[in-house]
Write a protein that binds this ligand. Sequence first.
Ligand SMILES: [Zn+2]
Length: 172
Amino acid sequence: MPYPYLENLVTMLNVPLFYVPGNHDPTYNAQDSRTYAEGGSNLDLKLVRHKKTLIGGFGGSIRYKPNGSNQYTQTEAYLRSAQLLPRLLWNKIRRGRALDILITHSPPFGIHDEPTQAHQGLKAINWLLRAAKPRYHFHGHTHFQRQNLSPSETVNGETKIVNIFPYKVIEV
Ligand SMILES: [Zn+2]
């Protein structure tokens, strides 16, 4: 979603906004307000605690263009996801669980993804799900109006994986 739209939501509704950038968003740059949603929390490679809920994020998709922003090879995605490990472990020790909600742009590999290069899921997200065991995983990137006939919700171990495209209202 365009950042000005998200900024409007935050301003008009006075609600918290947690988001991750996708492959159609620009590369984050603190000096350039066009590259983030003002008033929101960009959760890419971050973990926050909001009203006792542990929320973590992982932006971007599989790389399919050499210079595309927020795109990663499977290996690059693994290396990025490892950066979340210390905080996940800390949560596990301190709060008895690593994560409640994982927000990513890409789906995991083999779940809600598509065989085309641009819509292949990230294996690093499967790893994050196994390591952190969140109750929910919300993702986008794959769009059901095309040929993707997979369901929008899948239960995987202790996690309910939800494709939130085009939007979802979920009570936690
Ligand atoms: Zn996408």
